[in-house]
Design a binder for this molecule. Structure first.
Ligand code: 4LM
Length: 401
């Protein structure tokens, strides 16, 4: 299908109803295995000399449709789907890095990615280090002789710090080091790292891609050759693959990704302005804030500013938890990108596995909260935050007097 528009691809890419009895909605191939017409066909498919399905851990038509749609949306040659975002991240890192090599990471990654990097260092001898990647000079100095991969989250969970992807690509290309970007916080609607020269994109598909809080999934997109390597090394033999039903839910969710993202972004813009002004808020972290230190990078590489806002409140852990407990509409939950507005406390939730001193280095103090702005009327989201902040201020006043 020919189109120059993301919105059209989000609905049609990877699926042709004419191949499926005209069914508007794709069928779910809920099968573990595929029947060979004869023994010789089975032999040829195992040998890879004949195209065709064998077993759903290797390939499944519904999952393939999701992969094809994602490859088009990210502008890559091939996508691979996984059972979770962490299955995608681990398949990529385990599929590409070898013992003795080093992975250079952005300063701050999702807590379980941090855990995976620790595991790979302790158990497999694949080391890593974190770098703010704020300048070409700093990046150049941070690359070691055994650095074989650069791994970036941008925006970084939950500090919202950005990494200038074009700057990193320029240095990485000079040294022949592949750049992997976790694009979960943006989705391909807001940011397309492959078009900026990065080599591989990973996602927790659980988040904006799904959009409805009912799937755990992951996906990686890149060049055909690299993705084949990951498929053989990590997807087939480690086996954390996506189920056909989850692929179907994702195909459905992605159809509305552009309209959902537009609303998430619009709502977040309203909430960010109001949060920033509130006397009980001690700073917001949101790429769309003109005072955000990397606002220029956001304008350069993101279509809009996204639906995620982190903010510090006056006080510490106790006040942060009290604020969450005062909320009535907003749900206390990890994850992000759902229709419902969600709030979480990174220091005791998503990043609780990161040692305290590392957390502090990443910029995750006890008074930091992360808001995934949902699709409700922004006025209601704000009213809920405002009443909770007000209650907290009242409590403070009572303590003082
Ligand atoms: C959360 N995040 O932050 P699965 N990459 C990024 C993520 O934020 C996550 C994953 C990968 C959250 C989950 C509880 C940037 C997850 C891992 O959860 O394995 O699909 O994705 O709230």
């Amino acid at each position: 299908m020919k189109s120059n528009y993301f919105e059209t691809h989000a609905i049609h890419a990877g699926y042709d109803d004419r191949e499926h009895s005209g069914s508007l909605s794709p069928p779910i191939f809920q099968t573990s295995t595929f029947v060979f017409p004869d023994a010789e066909t089975g032999e040829r498919r195992f040998a890879g000399t004949e195209e065709g399905y064998v077993y759903s851990r290797l390939k499944n038509p519904t999952v393939r449709q999701f992969e094809e749609r994602m490859a088009v949306l990210e502008g890559g040659e091939k996508a691979l789907a996984f059972a979770s975002g962490m299955a995608a991240v681990s398949a990529v890192l385990l599929g590409l890095a070898k013992t003795g090599e080093h992975i250079l990471c952005s300063e701050g990654v999702y807590g379980c990615t941090y855990g995976l990097l620790q595991f790979m260092e302790e158990r497999l001898g694949i080391s890593h280090s974190f770098l703010s990647m704020e300048s070409a000079e700093e990046l150049d100095a941070g690359i070691l002789s055994n650095t074989s991969l650069i791994y970036i989250e941008s925006p970084i969970n939950p500090t919202m710090k950005l990494v200038d992807l074009e700057m990193v690509v320029t240095i990485a290309k000079e040294k022949g080091i592949p750049v992997i970007v976790d694009n979960t916080f943006c989705s391909p609607y807001l940011q397309r790292p492959l078009e900026l020269g990065c080599d591989l994109v990973v996602h927790s598909a659980t988040k904006y891609l799904c959009g409805h809080g009912d799937v755990i999934g992951g996906v990686a997109v890149g060049r055909q050759e690299v993705m084949e390597q990951i498929a053989h090394a990590a997807q087939k033999d480690i086996g954390g693959i996506m189920s056909p039903f989850d692929a179907w839910l994702l195909l459905r969710g992605i159809k509305t990704l552009p309209v959902r993202m537009d609303r998430h972004c619009d709502n977040a813009e309203h909430i960010a302005v109001l949060l920033k002004r509130h006397p009980y808020v001690d700073g917001i972290f949101y790429p769309g804030d003109p005072d955000f230190p990397q606002y220029d990078i956001a304008c350069k590489q993101m279509k809009k500013s996204g639906g995620m806002i982190s903010f510090r409140i006056k006080g510490g852990k106790e006040e942060a938890q009290q604020l969450m407990n005062e909320l009535q509409l907003i749900k206390i939950a990890v994850s992000l990108g759902d229709a419902e507005t969600l709030i979480q406390h990174p220091a005791t939730m998503t990043h609780s596995g990161v040692p305290e001193h590392e957390r502090e280095n990443m910029g995750i103090p006890q008074n930091l909260l992360r808001l995934s702005v949902g699709l409700e009327a922004w006025q209601d989201i704000w009213a809920d935050l405002e009443q909770a902040l007000h209650r907290l201020m009242q409590k403070e006043d009572q303590v003082v007097s």
